[in-house]
Unconditional design. Structure first.
Length: 231
């Protein structure tokens, strides 16, 4: 014999009431995202993160929280400079999107536009009219050498990083590893890409001893000389 499932009158009223509340909630503004706060952005704008996530004030908060992992993955895929994204709710109406960006290692100039460089020398496709922030520009580097020099820059002390304006690939027949560096303080550096990382740490001290702006040659030894006067 089949057992009959009996539902009491009170249980039925409660079930109907619960369904009505759920329908009313999802149909009301209370179910929608009210505010979106973005934390952790440095080189990207908060609006870029929001646009990539496709979350706005029409989004249902519960849906966003249930699918937060896929929304985060979607945002990371659209913005390659983003390392990770996490989404949490606040006050039952607001969202916080926490972002961790890959550090910018500089910009490369190609075909009239600048492109951001991040980890492993990866060049992002986003065109920029001018570089932003206090990052170096890389000139005349192929992909292999660009990866090498950008990683080198990432490992330099911060007081040296902030003084670098531009890296130039400047090989010669005698030294195919030769590079030049324009510094923000007005000096220039000539170096070998194989040894420049260990030698650049001496730059602040050498620059401080120079009476005039000039060239610091780190290619073989370590010496400096002022710029030649133009006649």
């Amino acid at each position: 014999m089949k057992k009959r499932i009996r539902i009491s009158k009170n249980s039925l009223i409660f079930l109907i009431g619960f369904i009505i509340v759920i329908i009313a909630y999802f149909g009301s503004p209370l179910s929608k995202v009210r505010n979106i706060n973005v934390e952790g952005v440095n080189d990207l704008g908060a609006q870029q993160i929001i646009n990539a996530s496709k979350v706005d004030d029409h989004s249902v908060l519960l849906h966003v929280l249930i699918h937060h992992k896929s929304i985060a993955q979607q945002t990371e895929k659209k913005l390659p400079s983003v390392e990770s994204v996490s989404i949490k709710s606040r006050n039952f109406r607001d969202l916080t999107i926490k972002v961790k960006e890959f550090p910018t290692l500089g910009f490369i100039y190609k075909n009239g536009s600048y492109y951001r460089i991040i980890k492993n020398g990866q060049v992002l496709n986003q065109k920029m009219n001018a570089p932003i922030g206090n990052y170096p520009v890389y000139s005349n580097f192929g992909s292999k050498r660009l990866k090498q020099i950008s990683k080198l820059y990432a490992d330099l002390p911060s007081n040296v990083q902030t003084n670098i304006s531009e890296f130039y690939n400047a090989p010669t027949k005698l030294n195919p590893y030769r590079i030049k560096i324009d510094m923000n303080d007005g000096n220039k550096v000539v170096a070998d890409i194989r040894t420049v990382k260990s030698k650049l740490k001496y730059y602040p001290g050498m620059a401080a001893q120079m009476k005039k702006k000039g060239v610091i040659d780190l290619e073989i030894g370590a010496y400096s000389h002022p710029y030649k006067d133009k006649k």
